[in-house]
Design a binder for this molecule. Structure first.
Ligand code: LMR
Length: 399
């Protein structure tokens, strides 16, 4: 029966992660999947998470189902974290939150809601972007189309190109915006550019869909929420998918949420009811354990500051690894190609190490990165960074 199916292509990120895990070489280095690694090359379980799990073990909450839209305590804490308590209070019933399986679940749910609003609308997606974005939009019935975001020559974002494309978008189309730590470039709009961009979105009647999977890892949790908070302050109605995979290190626990922000309580009530109807047919209700960890950390008088400190440590390590890589590549004669990395944010950077060069690095030297040339700077550490820089220089010299 299944012979009637064609073989789907391997996911460019998760397929590579699986290949890395299968690789028996002790010398292998992982700059592929977006997972935070510490200076010893391990993905830490944060101390705040371990403490929260101890508290949960003692409390032993029942393993019954959560409601369709998830844990109310979690959703409440998420709204405060993303919007800030003052703006959140000001918005009142103009905000609803649905707990989702990771950020991916939130983006999918958002795309489904856009499809319910404007069937078959075009979803304007950054070029380049996370490879899953167009697939998710397509799966939800939207038509993916690209706005050029990054200029490969200058290695910087190109806001004029974004605005020129959005000027051709139709009312009701959705525009997918990376909240911070743009994936794969790390190049985020400035605050004034966000203002310009969101004004254009508002004037054209587009539906903003934020994907914010890295809050806290660019400039800090409050500054990183700037575009989402600005959209709310401007009176825009929008959807924002958020994830606690990276900033709380809860990857496999699949902890995410979708924020629905509307013009009035009635619109949000309708949107929430539709979101719940979609969830019931997809995953019925979200899983409880990860959300309980997150809500415990976010609402506990001691665990919250512990978390914010650990988040800041991760952020600063990413900044350090970026600066070190720029220095090492400058010493090897590739300063201009790598200089922008020091101003960009988060885990990812888009390098010229794409295609053949990426394959050479992986096949000959067990250095894994995505074939687009995206690297995860969290995979760098003081022990491997010189060897990585040497290999990068050799790969770039391949021509
Ligand atoms: C990435 O871009 O590597 C991460 O967001 C992980 C993923 O699911 O692709």
């Amino acid at each position: 029966m299944f012979d009637a199916l064609s073989l789907a292509p391997e996911d460019p990120i998760l397929g590579l992660a699986a290949a890395f895990n299968r690789d028996p070489s002790p010398a292998k280095i992982n700059l592929a999947q977006g997972i935070y690694l510490d200076e010893t090359g391990r993905t830490p379980t944060l101390a705040c998470v371990r403490r929260a799990e101890e508290l949960l073990l003692q409390a032993a909450p029942p393993k019954t189902y959560l409601p369709i839209d998830g844990s109310a305590k979690f959703n409440d804490a998420v709204a405060d974290f993303v919007l800030g308590p003052a703006l959140r209070a000001q918005l009142g019933p103009r905000v609803a939150v649905v707990q989702t399986p990771g950020g991916t679940g939130a983006v999918r749910l958002a795309a489904e809601i856009v499809h319910l609003l404007h069937g078959g609308a075009t979803a304007w997606i950054s070029n380049p972007t996370w490879p899953n974005h167009p697939n998710i939009c397509r799966a939800a019935g939207l038509k993916p189309a690209e706005y050029r975001y990054f200029d490969a020559q200058t290695k910087r974002r190109d806001l004029d190109a974004v605005l020129a494309t959005l000027a051709t978008a139709a009312r009701g189309d959705t525009v997918l915006l990376h909240g911070c730590c743009h994936n794969p470039t790390g190049d985020d709009p400035s605050e004034s550019e966000w203002r310009t961009l969101l004004t254009a979105v508002q004037q054209r009647g587009l539906v903003p869909l934020f994907d914010s999977a890295y809050q806290g890892l660019a400039r800090g949790p409050d500054l990183d929420a700037f575009p989402i908070r600005l959209a709310a302050e401007m009176g825009l109605s929008f959807l924002a998918a958020v994830s606690f995979s990276k900033n709380l290190g809860l990857y496999g626990e699949r902890v995410g949420a979708l924020l629905l922000v509307g013009a009035d309580a009635e619109g949000v009530r309708r949107a929430l009811s539709q979101a719940k109807a979609v969830v019931r047919t997809a995953w019925s209700s979200p899983s409880a354990h990860g959300a309980r960890i997150a809500e415990t950390v976010m609402t506990h008088a001691e665990l919250r500051p512990l978390w914010l400190g650990e988040l800041e440590t991760m952020r600063l390590r990413l900044v350090q690894m970026r600066q070190d890589l720029v220095r090492l590549m400058t010493e090897r004669g590739f300063g201009s190609a790598f200089a922008p990395l020091a101003e960009q944010h988060g885990m990812f950077a888009l390098t010229e190490l794409s295609g053949e060069r990426a394959r050479w690095l992986r096949q000959e030297h067990k250095l894994y990165l995505i074939e687009s040339g995206r690297i995860n700077v969290a995979g760098l550490n003081p022990r491997n960074q010189t060897a990585v820089a040497d290999l990068f220089a050799r790969a770039l010299a391949l021509g």
